[in-house]
Design a protein around this ligand. Sequence first.
Ligand code: ADP
Length: 448
Amino acid sequence: MFRRVLIANRGEIALRVMRACRELGIETVCVYSKADEEAAYLRFADQAICIGPAPSAKSYLDIPSIIAAAEIADVEAIHPGFGFLSENAHFAEVCQSCKIKFIGPSPETIASLGNKTRAREIAAEAGVPTVPGSDGPVITEEEALITARKIGYPVIIKAAAGGGGRGMRVAHNEISLVNGYHQARAEAEAAFKDSTVYLEKLIVEPRHVEIQILGDEHGNLLHLGERDCSLQRRHQKVVEESPSPILDEDLRRQMGEAAVAVARAAGYYNAGTVEFLVDKERNFYFIEVNARIQVEHPVTEMVTGIDLVQQQLRVAAGEHLGFHQKDVQLRGHAIECRINAEDPDAGFRPSPGRIERFVAPGGPGVRFDSHAHAGYRIPPNYDSMIGKLIVYRPTRRQAIHAMANALEEFEVGGVKTIIPLHQRIMQHPDFLAGRVDTGFIERVLMPR
Ligand code: ADP
């Protein structure tokens, strides 16, 4: 096992990785920007190194600073967390050339899956259904029009380098296609410095169901069941659960095998997620692979009893997976609510600032992954997620009930959070019945 690991991230996920390292007896080195220098979680690191000013381009995304910190601290490996450099193939390659183990898949795998049109090809070659769409990128407005006519409206224009729901536009006709095409390209250029877009048929009121995969570097690859992430706002997940209320054993096996087939075709190892959309007839379609640990990984940990971050560290250190597919059983039900410091009454505008009052819920089966506390000042520079509340119970109904109680216990003063939105979700009869799709929040809970 590694002796010392650097965590190239901040906040909740930095703390999560640190905890996993400590349990495995690994020393931790945490990096931080000027905006995070007061953060309490840095205390838990054996060493904390400042890597630059607040803007992430000059700190958490600055490869030379992070590599310099890794060399000064003499670490053997870097855990990238999620976001920032976690899916940056160049960073993984730089680590490799500096003889520092990157905790994640190979640079080649990250590069091919990071290009969503290439990922679609890999899935199709592996015999996995993809959403009908363009063959690769769509280069001109004319090509977009011809392709859309062929696949049939409505369509969705997506950024090839996409992530976080950015560079995505729905088009119901030729006029909105032309507008959306240019908007998506501009947004993709601004967000990813890559304006390449492609087209997919819009799946109407789909569910988002994803499969957690895990592989070692000796060819063992398996899946840990699914997460249902249908509750979204602007194509960004808000609530996640496992198991999915719409899967049965048969569909779980089919989707699990499809996910493993895609991962195998991409030469995947370490932890990752294969994402699918499921239509009303329960047909599933591959959309993309996230080549990293995900925000919502705890729901899988709760129902499988497997610590995914510890597994990431173990396989990166060269260990074999210590179990087989048949050993993975989903037991009980887990739900996660993302706690974002945003104002639901003001268009979900971020609400940074000092947390004056903070009482987090607890009790049996209640897990709260967060770096926040009373007196903590949320910097305006980064993502607005300040924690994740996860509840685990034997049944879905009990889990929803327990989540509603936990949300009621939760007190945050000084900044706004989306806790009131979560409370409405937990009480909604359609959510209780498991009848939701990716448009549910916007259509039902916040109609314009
Ligand atoms: P990103 O990488 O930006 O997260 P994804 O491809 O993972 O983008 O899609 C994010 C979300 O966007 C999906 O969960 C779904 O809600 C919506 N979406 C993506 N593709 C389609 C599609 N073809 N039809 C309907 N909704 C889609």
